[in-house]
Design a protein around this ligand. Structure first.
Ligand SMILES: Cc1cc2nc3c(=O)[nH]c(=O)nc-3n(C[C@H](O)[C@H](O)[C@H](O)COP(=O)(O)O)c2cc1C
Length: 305
């Protein structure tokens, strides 16, 4: 029954896809499938529709769209309608120009193979030789002393654009924005420790670090779509001009949420206030030792129980 050329079937009939269409062409038999995935376990009501073009047994083209891409579901942007339009148009195109679908067209963005490091350090201050950069260099050195590999990402020197909230990462596990973010996304899953070094800027983290944190939604999507998980322990080291705990309230919340989102287990943060007076973190008694000790504690084998 599935072999009937041009005949459409319903989910009830197939038990797997919402719609299937078989198209016989001079280039062989093509199967078009419209598949519904309930991603309600990730976000309430999230549904992803995927249209697959399969030649023989090889998937040659995939289009995906999810209900979080548009806030409106009662308009032209209705996700299901959009997927059905794509299904219909692809069916016409495959029948009319099957030679264009003979080889797989893959639209994912492979992550750069920059090598796995044990310790990833996100340095969030725009100041290349400021306090956070100094803290990052201590962490880098401490990793080397423990025989571990590490990499400091100087975020301000990278081309990182803000998340645009398109939710496309939940379709096939990649972000369509073309910038330097893939090297961070590539490094995080292999790390056993993730350190965030940041100054407090107007009560929170500097804009570029916030952009990186938001863009790591991509990694959250990869975890859920592709099953690529981060298994790291995390450490926040934050510096602030003012004394006391008040400057750190938002920073600890934001970075804590970032780690929670990615499944990174956070250690107690190291919060260094009073830099308006001290100016230089290197001149503050005991601070370097505190940072190094906090990091060293994460290098020790963890009790899984
Ligand atoms: C734009 C800006 C905003 C800041 N906002 C705060 C703040 O809200 N609270 C605070 O205690 N310090 C604030 N500071 C001070 C920095 O946190 C402090 O100078 C820190 O040592 C800078 O770290 P860095 O050398 O790593 O850049 C701010 C500094 C700048 C440049």
């Amino acid at each position: 029954m599935l072999k009937a050329a041009g005949r459409e079937m319903t989910r009830m009939e197939t038990g797997a896809a919402e719609k299937i269409r078989i198209i016989e062409t001079p280039e062989g038999t093509f199967t078009l499938r419209l598949v519904l995935d309930d991603l309600g376990g990730i976000y309430p009501g999230m549904i992803r529709y995927t249209v697959e073009v399969i030649r023989g047994t090889v998937t040659v083209y995939t289009y995906a769209i999810n209900t979080y891409e548009s806030a409106r579901q009662d308009t032209l942007f209705d996700t299901r309608k959009a997927a059905e339009v794509v299904f219909t148009r692809l069916a016409h195109d495959v029948a009319a120009r099957p030679h264009r679908y003979t080889r797989p067209k893959v639209f994912t963005r492979p992550l750069p193979d920059t090598g796995v490091v044990d310790v990833v350090i996100l340095q969030g201050s725009p100041r290349r030789f400021g306090n956070s950069a100094k803290v990052a260099s201590w962490c880098d050195d401490e990793a080397a002393r423990a025989g571990l590999t590490s990499r400091i990402f100087y975020l301000q020197e990278m081309d990182i654009r803000p998340c645009v909230g398109c939710y496309v990462c939940y379709n096939q596990g990649y972000c369509p924005i073309d910038d330097d973010m893939p090297s961070i996304i590539g490094a995080l899953p292999g790390a056993s420790v993730v350190v965030v070094c940041t100054p407090v800027y107007t009560g929170t983290v500097p804009a570029t670090l916030k952009a990186v944190i938001d863009r790591c939604q991509w990694l959250h999507a990869r975890e859920n779509v592709l099953g690529k998980e981060v298994h790291a322990r995390g450490l926040l080291v934050a510096v602030a001009g003012q004394q006391g705990t008040r400057p750190f309230v938002c920073v600890t919340g934001v970075v804590g949420m970032f780690m929670e989102n990615l499944g990174i287990l956070p250690a107690a943060p190291v919060l260094i206030g009073g830099l308006d007076r001290a100016r230089d973190v290197e001149k503050m008694d005991g601070v370097e030792d505190d940072v190094r000790a906090a990091l060293r504690a994460l290098f020790a084998p963890q009790n899984e129980g």
